[in-house]
Design a protein around this ligand. Structure first.
Ligand code: PGA
Length: 262
C-alpha cells in the first residue's frame, strides 16, 4: 500500500519567526496523527530553524527548489549538496518556476538528476495550462512533461509526482476529483510504459491546486490519488492539520495504524 502524503508548499511566505510559529502550531495540532507522511517545505532561509523544531516529531522537511550544479560561481543559487544536509525532499519543476523563471523540462530533468545524486527525494510537479485543458490536450501535455523530464532518471526510490493543473493553483478553482483521478491513472500508465508496473505502483501521485480543508476529501477518496501538495492552506495551521487528519480518516477508515508507516 502507498502511504499517503500531504506536503505543504509555503512558497515565498513567512519570515524565520513566522515559520517558527507556523511549524510549532502544526506540530501541536498533529500530535498522534500517524500513517500519513507529513511534509513542510518552508523557504530556504527557514529550513535550518524548522529542521530543529520538528526534531522528535514525524513531520518531514522539504525544499522548494534547487540548482543543478553542485558548487561554483552561481550567485544566489542553492546547491543540492547544501540541501542534502538539511532536508529530505525537494519540489522540482513547480509551475511557478516554469512560468516565472523559465524552467523547461530539460532544466527540470537536470534538477532531478542533481537531487537524486545526493539522495534528495524529488516531488516532481507537472500539469497543464488552462488553454491546454480546454483544448483537450491534458493527456498530451502531461505525457510529454513526464517523458522529457524523466529521461535517464531512476524513479525506483521514493519518487513523488504532483499533478497540478496550472489553472487550479492559487485560484480557488480546484479541479474535479474524478477528472484528477483519470489524469493520475494516465500518469501511472505512462510510468509503467517508461519503467515498469512495479515502479508505477510504488510512485506516489499527489494532487495540487486550491486544496482546502473543505475539498480535500473529494481528492483523497480517489483511488489513484495518494495525497496532496498544498499551497495557501498550508500556511493556516488549522487547515493544514485538518487536511492531514481527514486524509488519515479516508485512508484508514476502520483500522488506523498504531505507528507511523515509513
Ligand atoms: P495552492 O498551491 O494550494 O495555493 O493552489 C498549490 C501549489 O502551488 O503547490
Amino acid at each position: 500500500m502507498r502511504v499517503p502524503m500531504i506536503a505543504g508548499n509555503w512558497k515565498m511566505n513567512t519570515s524565520i519567526g513566522e515559520a517558527e510559529q507556523l511549524v510549532n502550531e502544526i506540530r501541536r495540532g498533529l500530535g498522534g496523527v500517524i500513517g500519513v507522511d507529513k511534509v513542510v517545505c518552508p523557504p530556504f532561509v527557514s529550513l535550518a530553524t524548522v529542521k530543529e523544531l520538528i526534531k522528535g516529531s514525524s513531520i518531514r522537511l522539504g525544499a522548494q527548489n534547487l540548482y543543478f550544479e553542485e558548487k561554483g560561481a552561481y550567485t544566489g543559487e542553492i546547491s543540492p549538496l547544501m540541501l542534502a544536509d538539511l532536508c529530505e525532499f525537494v519540489i522540482i519543476g513547480h509551475s511557478e518556476r516554469r512560468q516565472y523563471f523559465n524552467e523547461t523540462n530539460e532544466i527540470v530533468n537536470k534538477k532531478l538528476q542533481a537531487a537524486l545524486k545526493v539522495g534528495l527525494k524529488p516531488i516532481l510537479c507537472i500539469g497543464e495550462k488552462l488553454e491546454e485543458n480546454e483544448a483537450g490536450r491534458t493527456k498530451e501535455v502531461v505525457t510529454e512533461q513526464l517523458q522529457s523530464s524523466l529521461a535517464g532518471i531512476d524513479c525506483s526510490g521514493d519518487f513523488i509526482i504532483a499533478y497540478e493543473p496550472i489553472w487550479a493553483i492559487g485560484t480557488g478553482k480546484a479541479a474535479i476529483g474524478k477528472e484528477v483521478n483519470k489524469t493520475a491513472s494516465l500518469i501511472r500508465r505512462t510510468i509503467t510504459q517508461l519503467y515498469s508496473d512495479a515502479i508505477a505502483q510504488e510512485i506516489r501521485i499527489l494532487y495540487g491546486g486550491s486544496i482546502t480543508a473543505d475539498n480535500i476529501a473529494e481528492f483523497m477518496e480517489q483511488f489513484e490519488i495518494d495525497g496532496a501538495l498544498v499551497g495557501g492552506a498550508s500556511l493556516k495551521p488549522d487547515q493544514f492539520v485538518s487536511i492531514i487528519k481527514q486524509t488519515q480518516e479516508i485512508f484508514y477508515p476502520t483500522n488506523p495504524p498504531t505507528k507511523d508507516l515509513v
